[in-house]
Design a protein around this ligand. Structure first.
Ligand code: NDP
Length: 287
């Protein structure tokens, strides 16, 4: 038996179709959705991510406003730029591309973003809303994973979920979102003893580690749902944190890399940006 592939491109297309419909309503209400995209420095990977995000937004009718700044920008200058975007009524979402150059304090910059424009869902207020279980912008990658599970009818309620990784942008919010949907959740990290044994307890296993192919078939309970968040550039190309070939015969469902979680992260940013603009237009979206 081989696992059923979870097609991130297909789910992302469904999310983008909903976002397009929402943006049409926003524009009909007289508001042009606007996303401020702040890119500091010349990192080629960041430049390419930003271009992709701007293209995705343009495709559904969200206008991006590009703020490219040299790596020499100071903390106060960057915080002023964010404050300007906060105050600009034509801007509904603000994206500050990470990582920032090391002389800048990313946490402080994120904290400056108006939580109602925080389409990445990284602001402490939005993380706090997630913990409290109230509406707010959710971080795009783990939120995209939840949409994938829903799309395939994989209800986390009552299931054992194991999340490997405890970062603020993926692992921790992922665990909270699974908990919010009534899974029994374990979070693992680099100090977890006998990781494979813990992972084998999972009905839903999420790998967000950043180590190529680290979770092989011996980490997987037969029939489990395996979500590979990892994106690792290797000589052999892009690979996930999951060893696809050895997990495929064991898992029940599996996300590929590429074509799994990656497209969902991009789609959920568009979703969040559309929602931010809708709220500014007085529309409370049902998404
Ligand atoms: P971080 O480096 O911030 O976090 C990695 C986590 O993995 C840490 O909590 C770390 O533990 C844990 N870890 C590292 N080594 C081990 C190990 N040997 N055993 C168990 N746990 C371990 O990464 P991110 O959360 O930002 O990203 C994780 C992966 O997801 C990366 O490959 C990244 O590229 C990818 N990613 C993909 C996205 C997408 O759109 N598909 C979006 C964002 C990220 P500890 O805390 O103890 O150090």
């Amino acid at each position: 038996m081989a696992a059923k592939l979870i097609d991130g491109k297909e789910v992302a297309a469904a999310v983008l179709t909903e976002a397009t419909a929402l943006v049409e309503r926003v524009i009909a209400a007289g508001v042009t959705p606007g996303l401020a995209v702040v890119l500091v420095g010349e990192d080629p990977a960041s430049q390419s991510y930003v271009s992709m995000k701007e293209r995705d937004c343009a495709a559904v009718g969200i206008m991006s406003v590009d703020y490219r700044r040299p790596a020499s920008i100071t903390q106060p200058e960057l915080e002023d730029l964010v404050a300007t975007c906060n105050a600009d009524p034509s801007i509904h979402g603000i994206l500050v591309q990470m990582p920032l150059p090391s002389h800048l304090n990313a946490e402080a910059v994120i904290a400056c973003i108006d939580p109602e424009k925080d389409v990445d869902g990284f602001h402490p207020v939005n993380l706090g809303r997630l913990i409290r279980g109230v509406p707010g912008f959710r971080a795009c990658t783990p939120w995209g994973v939840m949409r994938m599970l829903d799309h395939y009818g994989l209800d986390p309620a009552g299931k054992r979920a194991v999340v490997v990784g405890r970062s603020t942008i993926v692992g921790k919010p992922q665990a909270l979102m699974l908990l919010e949907r009534d899974a029994t959740v374990t979070i693992c990290h680099s100090r977890t003893p006998d990781l494979a044994a813990v992972c084998r307890e999972a009905d839903i296993l999420v790998a967000a580690v950043g180590r190529p192919k680290m979770l092989d078939g011996s980490f997987v309970k037969p029939g489990a749902v395996v979500i590979d968040v990892g994106i690792n550039r290797t000589d052999a190309g892009l690979v996930g944190d999951v060893d696809f070939d050895s997990v495929m015969p064991v898992a029940g469902h599996l996300t590929p890399v590429p074509g799994g979680v990656g497209p969902m992260t991009r789609a959920m940013l568009v979703h969040n940006s559309a929602v931010a603009a809708a709220r500014a237009a007085g529309i409370e979206p049902s998404l």
